[in-house]
Design a protein around this ligand. Structure first.
Ligand SMILES: *Cc1c(COP(=O)(O)O)cnc(C)c1O
Length: 417
């Protein structure tokens, strides 16, 4: 059956008219959340516009992979969060890490990683980068002199992390960055822990007159920006347009894109990130403090605890003076080292006995999580600042602190039994 419409272009078939429908809604719609655009194909008004498409900045659209209004909005908001100038989105935090490495390194180059780096970054370096003739060396995150000594004329990239993964040592980040700057090596901070809130990665000494910021900030949006435990995404924020362009070219050639639906969930969560971060922080600090009083734990690792490794560096960077514009704080993570008199089986039974802390990776969502780690495998030379025992990491969700503390206490009875 054929239907006739009085509109242009001429359409005679319902299938055609449902695809090329003439109606467009009024343009001035406004609501608290931006609209969600989804596209692989982006339509150009004419061939000349296609030929002159602009992909280097946000002045136009080319193809869904290279940005939509929805991804552009998230990129700009992440720049506001982190104090950067340009942003790229990747399908996970690890994809963002890999994009930095693959865009900036070539055969013969060397990358330096802190000894407490995020594990999958170490694996990427040990496997793929190694196979492509890129060497990796670890430096002692707590010893800037060690970083200075390990930089050679082949070093093209230094990764920074504050606090370190799992063991949560807080490094002297300004000192490490000053060394990278002096030696002319690009620095990339895994900024997932700080989330753009605990400190400003692009201004590590606010108000001092010294402009000292990292070159690249990578953020696993999977954690606090999402806040739901239900989406994977990563970002790469820079302040240097030239560096951004190198990363953007690598990002483009690797074909990394994010979905409009995933972007929407992060955009929806982002306005509450500072409130959530503060809530996670307060509960984690209360539990970490309580944990210091338990005899089962020989060490509690949380940078805000006075005897945790790097506490003074955390305080200098993340504890802003009264009335300062800086948020400050700490992520909702802490680790304990359980006395070595308990067997691995007892520690596993303790983790299994937890009811509110679920067993699973990641953090930043509403649900508290626990993971026992094999520290001897992660750090072949046991760090002098860590006591011997079995490490268990807690990521604190948004449950009540009292309920979580009661859960830890009841599960600890299992450890004794
Ligand atoms: C989770 C995490 C990542 C990776 O993020 P994914 O989105 O899970 O790939 C990177 N760095 C740190 C410190 C993380 O905690």
């Amino acid at each position: 059956m054929t239907r006739l419409f009085i509109c242009s272009p001429p359409m005679t078939n319902v299938s055609t008219s449902l695809i090329h429908h003439p109606y467009t809604p009024p343009a001035d719609f406004a609501a608290p959340q931006p609209g969600v655009f989804k596209a692989s194909t982006v339509i150009f008004p004419n061939v000349a516009a296609m030929r002159h498409r602009e992909w280097k900045d946000k002045s136009g659209y080319t193809y869904g992979l290279h940005g939509t209004p929805t991804t552009f909005i998230l990129e700009e908001r992440l720049c506001a969060l982190e104090g950067g100038g340009q942003c790229l989105l990747a399908p996970s935090g690890l994809a963002a890490i890999a994009t930095v490495a693959l865009s900036l390194l070539k055969t013969g180059d060397e990358v330096l990683l802190p000894d407490n780096a995020y594990g999958p970054n170490k694996s990427l370096c040990d496997a793929e980068l190694h196979n492509w003739g890129i060497t990796t060396r670890l430096y002692d995150a707590m010893d800037p002199d060690d970083l200075a000594a390990k930089i050679t004329d082949r070093t093209r990239l230094v990764w920074l992390e504050a606090a370190g993964s799992v063991t949560l040592e807080f490094p002297d980040l300004p000192a490490l960055q000053r060394i990278c700057r002096a030696r002319g090596v690009t620095s990339a901070l895994d900024n997932t822990w700080g989330a753009g809130l605990a400190f400003n990665a692009f201004d590590l000494r606010p108000g001092s007159g010294e402009i000292l910021g990292v070159d690249i900030s990578v953020h696993a949006l999977t954690k606090y920006p999402s806040g739901g435990g239900d989406v994977l995404m990563g970002s790469i924020v820079t302040r240097d347009p030239g560096l951004h362009l190198r990363l953007k070219l690598g990002h483009m050639r690797l074909g990394l894109g994010v979905s409009g639906n995933d972007t929407e969930t992060v955009l929806r969560s982002l306005p509450s990130i500072a409130l959530r971060y503060r809530a996670h922080d307060a509960t984690a600090r209360a539990l970490a403090k309580w944990a210091t009083g338990r005899a089962e734990f020989v060490q509690v690792l949380h940078p805000a605890l006075a005897d945790s490794p790097g506490h003074a560096h955390w305080k200098a960077l993340c504890a802003p003076p009264e009335g300062s514009a800086q948020e400050g704080g700490a992520a909702g993570l802490f680790s304990v080292i359980i006395d070595e008199r308990y067997t691995q089986a007892q520690v596993d039974a303790f983790c299994d006995a937890l009811a509110l802390f679920k067993i699973g990776y990641s953090w930043g969502g509403p649900m508290s999580l626990v993971v026992p780690y094999e520290l001897a495998q992660m750090r072949p030379r046991w760090p002098a600042h860590l006591k011997r025992g079995t490490l268990v990491r807690f990521s604190v969700g948004l449950e009540s602190a009292a309920d979580l503390q009661a859960d830890l206490a009841q599960a600890l009875m299992r450890l004794a039994g």
